[in-house]
Design a protein around this ligand. Structure first.
Ligand SMILES: [Fe+2]
Ligand SMILES: [Fe+2]
Length: 275
């Protein structure tokens, strides 16, 4: 991996920190003795985050028979690992607020990729893994940074990739000399995300080159391709490629992935509205 961080950072400016509430929650959730009431008190200090948690726990995804407004109840419904995942998701949304239409599309793409990645992991690997949601959510964080810090350069580049279907990384290399995967990797290091997250972000366009975490990178790749396929966050659909190395890494067929996609796309659309 290239290490010319300085050169890249001098072009994009400084990277934003994660909000306070996320850092505090991450720290407290590491303590096995932490109590639900302590977590509630901590979360309640942040009304916006409290509202986010209540909205998610009451979403159709969890199918509650009666809506709840108790944070402790929400923690029980969602599970503590999910709280950590959600804190990071909303922390990122706050660190990079979507102001323009393109930024909102990008958020939609990130959330739909996260949901597809998460659901595919459950179907293909036989169990949910919350961290895969985060990997999916963050896979294109480098694009978000570029869109916000160099919009006059990056917007036309995104448009070209969307309208021609050309791969974005070669276009970025040509124009900027670095790619969104490199920016994302540096941000993941900056935020002390786990090695799986750093690797999946760096290799989500070519998981076959990943020296480790290749399955994780491949799952994110498939989630990403499904988000393109169903145009969730894009002006038009981008058909799933005929040949895709991720399929071999995960030992799954293109047909199976597409039929899973058809089965879960409606719940992804519904969940998207909650984020
Ligand atoms: Fe990407
Ligand atoms: Fe993507």
């Amino acid at each position: 991996m290239r290490a010319d961080v300085q050169k890249i950072l001098s072009r994009v400016g400084s990277l934003p920190p994660l909000p306070d509430i996320v850092l505090k929650l991450q720290e407290r959730l590491r303590d096995p003795e932490v109590s639900l009431s302590e977590l509630s008190t901590l979360v309640m200090k942040d009304p916006a985050f409290t509202a986010d948690i209540l909205r998610i726990a009451n979403s159709p995804f969890y199918g509650l028979s009666r809506p709840t407004s108790s944070l402790t109840q929400c923690f029980l419904i969602l599970g503590l690992r999910n709280i950590q995942t959600l804190a990071l998701a909303f922390g990122i949304k706050r660190a990079f607020p979507s102001r323009s239409f393109k930024e909102r599309l990008m958020w939609r793409h990130s959330v739909s990729t996260a949901l597809f990645t998460h659901l595919l992991t459950r179907e293909i690997k036989g169990g949910p893994r919350e961290e895969l949601f985060i990997y999916g959510l963050l896979h294109d964080i480098g694009k978000t940074v570029l869109l916000q810090s160099l919009p006059e350069l990056y917007e036309p580049l995104l448009d070209e990739s969307y309208s021609t279907g050309k791969e974005i990384c070669p276009l970025e290399k040509e124009l900027l000399e670095f790619t969104h995967t490199e920016i994302g990797y540096f941000l993941a290091q900056e935020w002390n995300l786990d090695e799986g997250a750093q690797t999946a972000i760096f290799f989500h366009h070519n998981p076959e080159l990943s020296p480790k975490f290749s399955e994780e990178s491949a799952l994110v790749r498939l989630g990403d391709l499904l988000s393109h396929h169903y145009a969730l966050g894009f002006p038009q659909e981008n058909p799933f490629p005929e040949a895709e190395p991720s399929l071999g890494i995960l030992n799954v067929t293109r047909e199976r992935v597409l039929s899973l996609g058809d089965r879960i796309v409606e719940s992804v659309r519904q969940e998207l509205e909650v984020f």
